[in-house]
Design a protein around this ligand. Sequence first.
Ligand SMILES: Cc1cc2nc3c(=O)[nH]c(=O)nc-3n(C[C@H](O)[C@H](O)[C@H](O)COP(=O)(O)OP(=O)(O)OC[C@H]3O[C@@H](n4cnc5c(N)ncnc54)[C@H](O)[C@@H]3O)c2cc1C
Length: 447
Amino acid sequence: MESLERTFSEPARRLPVLDHADVLVIGGGPGGVGAALAAARNGARTVVVERFGAFGGTWTSGLLSSIMPFPFVRGLFSEILGEVAEAGGWRRSETEDPYAPGPHGHPDTHGHGGIYDAEVMKSVLDRMIVEAGITPYFFLHVAGVIREGERIEGVVVESKQGRHVLTADYFIDASGDGDVCHQAGIPVDYGRSEDGKVQPMTLIFKMDGVDDARAEEHCRRDPRLASTWQRAKRDGAVTIPRENVLLSRSPVKGQWVFNTTRILGKNGTRVRDVTEAMIEGRRQVFEVAAFMKQYVDGFREARVSETAGHIGVRESRRVLGDYTLTADDIVQANAFDDAIARGNWYVDIHNPAGEGTRTVGPPEGRFYEIPFRSLRPRGVNNLLVASRCIDSTHEAHAAVRITPQVVAIGQAAGTAAALCYGKKLEGIRNLDTSLLRKTLRDQGAFI
Ligand SMILES: Cc1cc2nc3c(=O)[nH]c(=O)nc-3n(C[C@H](O)[C@H](O)[C@H](O)COP(=O)(O)OP(=O)(O)OC[C@H]3O[C@@H](n4cnc5c(N)ncnc54)[C@H](O)[C@@H]3O)c2cc1C
């Protein structure tokens, strides 16, 4: 049991300042990469801090691999995916469902879903960050925030070198979990309104040595292996609370990626929960692998070749800001005069309590908008959110969270911070949102 009741007084000490930035981005996932690239390209001296040894967050350390169709996102996201395709790390899906089998391998990335190779993604992001002149720090964990009234003065970071402070004029919380906002005392929400439960976690993994043609044929006969999986359940061969198998063929020959484990009832911001989720996730990985080898064509000789270094957390804190995006905004495809990104991915809720996935979205061909106000945390003037954890309800979060849209949110936050810095504004609420929208549009975003 976690015990936070006993306390210990740490002796006060002076902390050295490791670096100073015009714009400091905390977290190097899809949102953080979008924010850092946008801030740097708009003239801000930008520093990005990441607790692991690669950029990409859930894209890479989480092994995600699948990208949903993104007809209403362009800008930096299209550029990143174009680079990944150019480097040979992309298999485009010919269908709406990147998990469905079918012809792959077309290099065109515009708006199409598909599967990328996480190792290629890592190297593309390294190069783009370095080429943009951003100062990166890996293996730094933000553990505290120095706040004076409505301003953030610095963040406290920990590494093998000990504890330091990073200072900046503007801060962007791209930690996925809203760590910076939480540490700054900004109010957050958590879970669905009826019982506070969040979407389940998933440990993504890969199998190699697959006979691709035979496996694709099996998946064509039995989409998402639903009936094969149900047969194995009846046999007692699988226990995972899922209704089918989310799997996709990677761009690497003989390699398949699985988004199939399901860990319920854990909180991604609690270290004990995340530890237990990793252990249960790895147990489930080998249960799925045994199922694949026994029941699915083409997998007899396959083996688990990689499990993600970090459990995939779909949902945790949601930071309260100046506007809470709702399910109605998503489903009615609402527009906002301060919109900074668009999307059409639906409210996609993997059941927090067991089997099943709930989906409802905007009308066919329509898009919803994400307002800048939802990126502005309450009570502070020099901090923005560039992550899945923008101000949204449990339902709206389930739509907004996919990576094309999160990169677009990041691009907006980074651009906004650089504009605020460049124009020496008093804070993020003094930024003219029509200037922000024009700048985003001029730089390729679809607004
Ligand atoms: C299992 C699963 C399946 C999904 N399926 C899809 C899909 O098929 N397609 C899709 O587009 N999206 C999918 N998503 C959603 C998507 O991956 C996430 O919503 C998206 O990655 C969020 O991006 P982010 O930058 O906000 O956070 P993250 O990707 O979580 O990145 C946050 C980064 O911040 C770093 N960080 C966190 N805390 C700190 C700290 N205190 N100090 C320093 N660094 C820190 C982390 O290490 C990480 O690199 C899925 C998510 C999960 C979990």
